[in-house]
Design a protein around this ligand. Structure first.
Ligand code: TXA
Ligand code: MG
Length: 350
């Protein structure tokens, strides 16, 4: 398939109405458009068109039991696609966090096809803040189903180059709007009865959710590796994820020991490290030393994590990547969650 790549700077969306109209026409006729959001790039198709949704699964190589998030432009439209049971909770979420990096799961209405929800009776809905995403959804006039625009199992794309590596030739159009701001996928919460449950941590933090909603339950899969017979509430969270070609091992423990371990390990040309900016003065100047962010800046780490993981794919001799695990508060929880998935929960304590 021929893939058209179009550049749209996020601060000049108004000048690119023609390109966005073309993209929306592709969505309307059942094609695939990769578009930027504030979290990661999304692989979009008409969520009301079963055949179009199927194309998403095959382009990504995504297991058919892993449901998609639908993207809409306005909170008034929640009711069109889901059965809102707790208007009060939804309003609190909307007032503080929407549009933005949060996805809400509620009971679905019949109009949403089963292919999109992988047979579940609930649907995940997100209202992105990115101007390009919003205009594309508005012009399409339908909810846009979109998983992260990577091949299944690979790190999510935060730049168009990442999308091109994975999906060029498999989609009709890729909209390149530069780097995604947050860098990790949205926070996912489920509303069921009186409970609010966090299924996936992201740009909206657990602390912020609890400030707004009171007690929030946390699905077990967020913190720990589940056993064979246990299932996370979000089916996608059970798969090995975010893996570069090399194997990843997370490092935890005493700072001096961690730095000494990285320094020693780098003597092997097949090793790469993901470290803090402050660590680099103790480590060799080498393209195998990749900075995740400043020690206390977990937002920078979130922004850079997936790009760091992909970096090592372009250095063929790398077989092992050691990555420092940051603190797991605020957005650090999301960084730790993604790193733990990338390393398959392999942690070296020092
Ligand atoms: O930031 C994001 O959320 C990005 C951008 C493109 O919006 N999208 C994204 O989609 O990360 P994806 O498909 O990569 O991750 C969606 C996650 C999966 O783990 C899936 O299992 C879960 O959401 N999910 C979707 N619908 C669900 C449902 N009805 N019940 C439980 N989990 C659901
Ligand atoms: Mg994904």
């Amino acid at each position: 398939m021929e893939t058209k790549v179009v550049k749209i700077p996020p601060n000049r969306v108004e000048e690119f109405e023609k390109e966005l109209l073309e993209a929306s026409e592709i969505i309307k006729r059942g094609g695939l458009v990769v578009f930027p959001t504030e979290t990661v790039y999304g692989l979009g198709a008409n969520a009301l068109d079963e055949k179009a949704a199927e194309k998403i699964y095959s382009a990504k190589g995504r297991p058919s039991d892993n449901p998609l998030i639908i993207h809409i432009a306005n909170p008034e439209d929640y009711e069109k696609w889901c059965k809102v049971e707790r208007v009060d909770l939804l309003e609190k979420i909307t007032n503080r966090f929407v549009p933005g990096p949060i996805t809400v799961i509620q009971k679905k209405k019949d109009i949403i096809p089963h292919t999109v929800t992988a047979g579940m009776d609930t649907v995940a809905v997100r209202i992105p803040s990115h101007k390009v995403a919003r205009r594309l959804i508005e012009l399409s006039g339908v909810p846009v189903a979109a998983p992260s625009a990577n091949t299944s199992g690979r790190p999510s794309p935060t730049r168009a180059e990442h999308v091109i590596q994975d999906l060029y030739g498999k989609v009709d159009m890729i909209i390149d709007s530069g780097e995604c701001e947050v860098g990790l996928e949205s926070t996912i919460v489920m509303l069921k009865g009186d409970d609010v449950t966090l299924l996936r941590p992201g740009g909206v933090t657990l602390e912020e959710l609890e400030e707004t909603l009171g007690k929030v339950k946390v699905d077990k899969g967020v913190f720990e590796k589940l056993k064979e017979n246990e299932k996370p509430l979000a089916p996608g969270m059970k798969y090995r994820h975010y893996a570069p070609k090399a194997s990843v091992i997370s490092l935890k423990g005493d700072e001096e020991k961690v730095i000494a371990f990285m320094k020693e390990s780098l003597k092997d040309k097949g090793v790469g490290v993901i470290c803090y900016r402050e660590d680099t003065e103790h480590l060799p100047h080498d393209n195998r030393v990749v900075v995740l962010g400043s020690k206390s800046d977990t937002e920078e780490m979130a922004h850079r994590l997936f790009d760091c993981l992909r970096t090592f794919d372009s250095i063929p001799e790398i077989h092992t990547v050691y990555a420092r695990l940051p603190e797991d508060d605020h957005i650090g929880l999301a960084v730790v969650n993604r790193l733990m998935k990338a390393c398959g929960y392999t942690v070296k304590e020092l």
